[in-house]
Write a protein that binds this ligand. Sequence first.
Ligand code: CA
Length: 227
Amino acid sequence: MPHILIVEDEAAIADTLIFALQSEGFTTTWLSLAEQALAEQQRSPADLLILDVGLPDISGFEACKRLRRFSEVPVIFLTARSEEIDRVVGLEIGADDYVVKPFSPREVAARVKAILKRVLPREPLAATAAGPFQLDRERVQIHYHGQLLNLTRHEFRLLQTLLAQPQRVFSREQLLDGLGVALEAGYERNIDSHIKSLRAKLRLVAAAAEPIQTHRGLGYSYSPSHS
Ligand code: CA
C-alpha cells in the first residue's frame, strides 16, 4: 500500500487530497509545515510527497532542495502562481510533476498513480537486462546489443543510474549525486560532457539508436523504446 505524505497548510485543500488518495487505496499523512515533513520523511519515508510551494515556514522549493540531500522520493508540487510554475519547470529542483491550484483532486490522484507505477518497485540491478543493455555490477561491465562497452567509471555509473529507472528524468544534480561527486558551481556541466562521450560510445554499437534522451531544462532519461 503506497504511502503519500501531503505537505499543505490549507486544511480544505489537504482534506480533498486525502479523500481522493484514500479512495484510490493510498494511505496518507498530512503535515502543514515543511520542516515537519522533512523530519517525517527521515523518520518514516513515504513513497511520494505532495508538496505545496507556499508553506508558512520555508518554501516548497527550499524543502525539496533539502529533501534531495537524503532522498530520491518522487515529489509533486502544488503551485498557485504562474511564476512558480516557471521555476518548477525551468530550474532543476528535482520535482517529478506539478499541478496548479485550483486542481481536481482526482487528477492529482491519477498523477500519483502514474508516477508510482514508473518508480515502484525499484528493483536492484545486480546482473540484469534493461532492454538491449546487460548490466553486470560485479564485473562493472555493461553490454549493449551484445557488445561490451568500454566505459570510464563515471560513464558506467551514469548509465547504471539511468538504466535503473527507465523513462525517469534525472536532473544533472541527481546524476552528479549518483557519481558521488561533490556538488560545486559549474560541475553540472560536466554531466553534459560525460553524456556526450557516453553517447558516442553507444553510437559505435547502434548508430541510429538514441537510448539517452535529453529533456531541455530538466535533464536526461533512458528510453528503452529508442534503444
Ligand atoms: Ca499554501
